[in-house]
Write a new protein. Structure first.
Length: 255
């Protein structure tokens, strides 16, 4: 079993929040079953720590030095170590695969667990459960899947009875299921595909388009890679993608 490494892509500008000066990962949020608010990014580190992950790589841009300070403070309390990789988000490259490719020299030769810093998932031990499933299936790529009432806004997944992913969609008009993937675990074979697709994008006119992680997932499915999904039992996934999501979360905090 290889060493497990956490990965957090945090170089985005968060333009759908209330202006670019607001770092949404530092917003205080109410977490179910906790007595006090947390900063939004803390949920990603808490779930990793509960899975025994102590080392994390994080992509960051030059405007988020405050986020680095708070992440360092929180991770030290959790006895975790974070390494930062600078990502230039003003070079015309847009999409999560570019962040993964940027960090790839540090990610290779590890089992990688990716969490988004602007998403809350529960229960907090779900990453540990997903890792156990990933190893059981000897999977190259495993997605943690959560129920949702808004699949059209997100990324629903069709999973077979054996756990194999049959279909992945991205913000579909006709969702295949009332769920969405969120956290991801991968091995080097998936990272190879990411690097190849980023390289291809950079050498063609496709660089002008957003490169979605969905595109990488789709390639993996089309080429019969070992791709599994696990429905998180009693799972909760709250995606804070806009200021409206944040306001709604706080309005429901007392429910």
């Amino acid at each position: 079993m290889r060493k497990i490494l956490g990965f957090i892509p945090a170089a985005g500008h968060g333009k759908r929040m209330m202006g670019e000066l607001l770092i949404k990962e530092l917003l205080p949020v109410f977490i179910p079953k906790r007595n006090a608010p947390l900063l939004l990014f803390e949920n990603s580190l808490i779930t990793m720590k509960q899975a025994g992950i102590n080392d994390v790589v994080c992509t960051i841009n030059e405007s988020k030095t405050d986020l680095m300070k708070y992440m360092n403070l929180f991770s030290s309390k959790q006895q975790m170590s974070i390494a930062y990789v600078h990502q230039d988000v003003n070079n015309g490259e847009y999409g999560l695969p570019y962040a993964i490719e940027k960090a790839s020299p540090f990610l290779y030769n590890h089992t990688v667990v990716m969490r988004f810093p602007d998403t809350i998932i529960m229960p907090e031990d779900c990453i540990q459960t997903l890792l156990e499933y990933h190893y059981k299936k000897n999977s190259s790529l495993t997605l943690g899947v959560f129920e949702t009432n808004h699949p059209k806004r997100l990324a629903p997944v069709d999973i077979s009875e054996q756990g194999k992913i049959l279909q992945i969609q991205d913000k579909p008009e006709k969702p295949c299921a009332k769920n969405t993937w969120n956290c991801v675990i991968w091995e080097d074979s998936f990272l190879d595909v990411v690097k190849d697709m980023v390289k291809y994008s950079r050498t063609t006119e496709r660089k002008k388009e957003e490169l979605l992680l969905y595109n990488v997932f789709y390639w993996c499915l089309q080429h019969d890679m070992s791709v599994y999904g696990m429905n998180i039992s009693n799972g909760v996934c709250i995606d804070i993608s806009s200021s409206k999501d944040f306001i709604k979360l706080w309005k429901n905090a007392r429910l």
